[in-house]
Design a protein around this ligand. Structure first.
Ligand SMILES: Cc1cc2nc3c(=O)[nH]c(=O)nc-3n(C[C@H](O)[C@H](O)[C@H](O)COP(=O)(O)OP(=O)(O)OC[C@H]3O[C@@H](n4cnc5c(N)ncnc54)[C@H](O)[C@@H]3O)c2cc1C
Ligand SMILES: O=C(O)[C@@H]1CCCC=N1
Length: 387
C-alpha cells in the first residue's frame, strides 16, 4: 500500500463520477478516479452519442437544479473548447387532463420556463409527420436540446486530468474499508482517501455491500432503438425536428422519448423509458423485447414517417429507485462516504450540478441545493443493512 493519502477517491467514471472528480480537483483536492473498465467503454449508463437536456419537469427541485446545470454545461463547453449542447427544443405530449401533464405545465409556468403551448389546430403545421393522440395536449420547451454524451464525458475526464486529477481505469474496486481514512482495494492496488464518493451506476449496491448498506435499486436493460426514416431527413436535426417526450402513451405504460435523426443519418432514436430487470454484468442475457413491441405500436400510430421495425438496437442500463428520484446523500453510518446513485434514466443532463453537490458533501460543506428529496432516509422501510 502506498503511503499517499488522497483528499478524495471517486469510484466510477460515468458522467456523475467524472463530474464530481472534476469539481473536487478544481477545488484543489487531490483526487483519484477509479474505473473498472478500460475507458472509453459502453457497459454502463453514460455511453452513446446523445442525451436530452430539458427544464420540462414536474418537480420544482429538478427545474431549480437544471437552471444551474445549463450554466455549468456552458462553462464546461468553454473550458473544453468543444460543442456539447445543441438546442432543438423538446415537444412534450401528454393526456391533457392527466395529473402529470397538468403538473408539468403548472411547474414550468411558475418558473417562467420559455415554452410554447401548441393548440390542436396548429399542431400539424408546427410539427408535421407526428400524429397527436386524441385527448393529448402539446407544448414545447424551447431551450431544450441534445447533449453530445460521449463527447461530454471525454471532455470532463480530460479537464479533470488537466487539473491534476488521476484516473486509473481497468481497475475494479473489490473492497472498501470505512474509517477516518477510507481504504479502497482494486484488483491491482490499495488506495487511501479522506473521503470516498461512490458513483457506480448499476453496480452501486455491489459496492455498498462493503459499507453495510443496500438501497432499493432496480437495474434494467434498455433497448436503445433507432428507426429508419421512410424519407431521409423527415425527423432530422437539420429540418429543426425537436426531441420529444410522449407522456403515458397508454394507461399504465411508461413514457416514450425520441431525439431527431443526427448521429446515424436517416435513423431516429426512439426509446421506451423502462426495461426488464438485469444483473449489470449479465445484461446480454436479458432478451425481453416487450418494450420494442410497445414502441412499434406507437411508431405505427404516431410517427408515420418511420419504418416501424428498429434498424439498430443498442444496449444501455438504468438504475431505478422506487420513486424514480435520485440518491444524493452521505452514508448513514460513515459521514465521509458519499453516494450518488439511482439516476433512474434521467440523470445525464444534471451531471455538472450533481458533480458540484456531491463534491460539496465530500468536502463537508452545506450543498448549494436542497437535497432532502434525494435522501436515503426516504427508503427507511427498504434500505437494509447488509452487515
Ligand atoms: C438509453 C438511455 C437513455 C438515456 N437518456 C437520457 C436523457 O435523454 N437525458 C438524461 O438526462 N439522462 C438520460 N439517461 C440517463 C443517464 O444517462 C444516466 O442517468 C447517467 O448516465 C448515469 O450515470 P452514472 O455515472 O451514475 O452511471 P454509469 O455511467 O454507469 O457510471 C458508473 C461507472 O462506475 C463504474 N464502476 C462500477 N463498479 C465499479 C467498481 N467496482 N470499480 C470501479 N468502477 C466501477 C462503471 O464501470 C461505470 O463506468 C439515459 C440512460 C440510458 C441508458
Ligand atoms: O431524461 C430525459 O430527458 C429522457 C427523456 C425522458 C425519459 C428519460 N430520459
Amino acid at each position: 500500500m502506498s503511503s499517499e493519502v488522497y483528499d478524495c477517491i471517486v469510484i466510477g467514471a460515468g458522467i456523475q463520477g467524472s463530474c464530481t472528480a472534476y469539481q473536487l480537483a478544481k477545488n484543489q483536492q487531490k483526487t483519484l478516479l477509479l474505473e473498472q473498465f478500460v475507458l472509453p467503454h459502453s457497459r454502463g449508463s453514460s455511453h452513446g452519442q446523445t442525451r436530452i437536456i430539458r427544464k420540462a419537469y414536474e418537480e420544482n427541485v429538478y427545474i431549480q437544479m437544471m437552471q444551474e446545470s445549463y450554466e455549468l454545461w456552458a462553462q464546461l463547453e468553454e473550458e473544453a473548447g468543444v460543442e456539447l449542447y445543441r438546442r432543438t427544443g423538446l415537444l412534450v405530449m401528454g393526456p391533457e387532463n392527466s395529473e402529470g401533464f397538468s403538473r408539468l405545465q403548472a411547474t414550468m409556468q411558475s418558473h417562467k420556463i420559455p415554452r410554447v403551448v401548441l393548440e390542436k389546430q396548429e399542431f400539424r403545421q408546427h410539427i408535421p409527420n407526428v400524429n397527436l393522440t386524441d385527448g393529448n395536449g402539446a407544448l414545447i420547451d424551447t431551450n431544450a436540446g441534445v447533449l453530445y454524451a460521449d463527447r461530454a464525458l471525454r471532455a470532463v475526464q480530460r479537464l479533470f486530468q488537466s487539473s491534476e486529477g488521476v484516473i486509473k481505469d481497468g481497475e475494479k474496486v473489490i473492497d472498501i474499508t470505512p474509517g477516518a481514512v477510507v481504504t479502497v482495494t482494486t484488483g491491482s492496488g490499495v488506495y487511501r482517501g479522506r473521503s470516498l464518493v461512490i458513483t457506480a451506476g448499476p453496480w452501486a449496491n455491489r459496492l455498498l455491500t462493503h459499507t453495510g448498506l443496500q438501497l432499493p435499486l432496480k437495474v434494467v436493460k434498455i433497448n436503445v432503438c433507432y428507426w429508419k426514416e421512410k424519407i431521409p431527413g423527415t425527423y432530422s436535426v437539420s429540418q429543426r425536428f425537436p426531441c420529444f417526450i410522449q407522456m403515458e402513451p397508454k394507461e399504465g405504460e411508461y413514457d416514450i422519448y425520441g431525439l431527431p435523426s443526427n448521429e446515424y443519418p436517416g435513423l431516429m432514436k426512439v426509446c421506451y423509458h423502462m426495461g426488464s430487470e438485469t444483473e449489470p454484468d449479465e445484461r446480454d442475457k436479458q432478451t425481453d423485447r416487450g418494450d420494442i413491441d410497445i414502441l412499434m405500436r406507437y411508431i405505427t400510430r404516431c410517427l408515420p414517417g418511420l419504418v416501424p421495425v428498429p434498424a439498430v438496437v443498442e444496449t444501455c442500463m438504468y438504475t431505478v429507485t422506487p420513486d424514480h428520484h435520485f440518491v444524493l446523500d452521505s452514508h448513514p453510518t460513515y459521514g465521509n462516504i458519499i453516494i450518488g446513485a439511482g439516476f433512474s434514466g434521467h440523470g445525464f443532463k444534471f451531471g455538472p450540478i450533481i458533480g458540484k453537490v456531491l463534491s460539496q458533501l465530500a468536502l463537508g460543506q452545506v450543498p448549494s441545493h436542497d437535497l432532502s428529496p434525494f435522501g436515503i432516509k426516504r427508503f427507511q422501510s427498504h434500505a437494509r443493512s447488509s452487515l
